[in-house]
Design a binder for this molecule. Sequence first.
Ligand code: 4AD
Ligand code: MG
Length: 465
Amino acid sequence: MPLPLISELTDPKTTIPRDAIARGWVRTRRESKSGVSFVHISDGSCQHTLQLVVPSSLSNYTTEVSKLGPGCSIEAAGQLVNSTGRGQQVELLVTELKIVGWVDNPDTYPIQPKRHSLEFLRDHAHLRPRTNTFGAVARIRDSLSAHVHRYLRSMGFIWVHTPIITPSDCEGAGALFRVSTLDWANRSSSGDYSEDFFGKETFLTVSGQLQLETYCSALSRVYSFGPTFRAENSNTSRHLAEFWMVEPEIAFADLSDDAALALDFLRAVVSGVLEDCTQEMQFFQDHVDNQCIERAKAFVDASAERLEYSEVVDLLTRAEAGGHNFEFPVRYGMDLQSEHERYLTEHIVKRPVVVSNFPRTLKPFYMRLNDDDRTVAAMDILVPGVGEIVGGAQREERLEVLDRRMQEMRLSPDSYWWYRDLRLFGTVPHAGFGLGLERMLCYLTGLSNVRDVIPFPRTPRHADI
Ligand code: 4AD
Ligand code: MG
């Protein structure tokens, strides 16, 4: 077994006193008047650091210990005891300290024990995991992902690994990254995709949904969870070119089953994170957003508001009439912009809201046409602070309607032959949704930019590491 992590050494259940070895990276070192060094080390296993009490009697005290600074990696052996000092329960009385790796020229080490701006840290994406903020984000992201799998497994869902390379544009928005081995660099390519690797045009997936529907039409409850790519040229705080999406899909289900599943799922994962990550959530509460724990708890306990798209338009129109100015004027048929979503959740209903039945002109071809012929059975879940975190729909299971919708949107039925087959052979009502992992993380942590909740953000003109 490897040596215990700081999370284990600082766990209230650990036996004390006892001999222990700790390893980690120095956060701070302070020398007391009596010549003892207090060294705080972190190993990323928890929000705490471990305090090492290093006496000047160590043989390498003057030559090494007194030169330790932020970022050095060390291994310390000694006795773990209850701490009488403030700020920690336990500390390690060090009897031997080995330097594992020095920081080459400490003046050039970017991560100093002070507050760095998130923008500064984005430029140091390889070192930002060493900060409290990014350690906490990484652990919450891990916990959230684990709860996604845990909840869906517990409900009988099967994880299907949908492809990353795909010939189809699921959302029909045209924001696709091309996958090609043609020699574009030398511009000698004719753009004839029959000569390309796959013999046709292929892209990075914008959603695993269409392929997932094939498994849903056989295994009933399935989901995909993985990286998703969109080449939208949007430099906003909620768009990434590469993000993670979890997409559950259920057979023999309609829009109301879909919304019920989405809310139950969201409550379960939020509650799981609150349970796992108490220190991390407290950290965000103290340093980023003093509402974040309360908001997450309310999300678990309270019901969501449910509104039709047309009702949302009415509410926003009334807000406009009441003097609120939107950059994009409100009218029936408009796509809800982030400003509308946020005004609705933050000022009108003041809690999460499920918006359903959008005009068909706003949504992709696969969404089921409602009887009014004007709207589709779509639902978005909006939350305060972020806006849309979930997009979902009941799928069009009637082949003749699907064909009409594809024609309307100028999509070639031939490219979707396999998708049409699902409607030809034992079609069933089915529905699903996609949750953007990064938007959920922004909601949980109160961090306002999706670039700060994914390890390596990809946005227009940024793919540095
Ligand atoms: O609403 P979207 O586009 O829905 C779909 O892709 C459906 N095929 C999902 C389904 O029904 N299976 O995307 C779903 C969610 C959004 O609500 C948002 O949270 C997130 O994915 N998302 C993004 N997150 C970060 N950056 C982007 N560029 C995003 N685009 C969508
Ligand atoms: Mg959407």
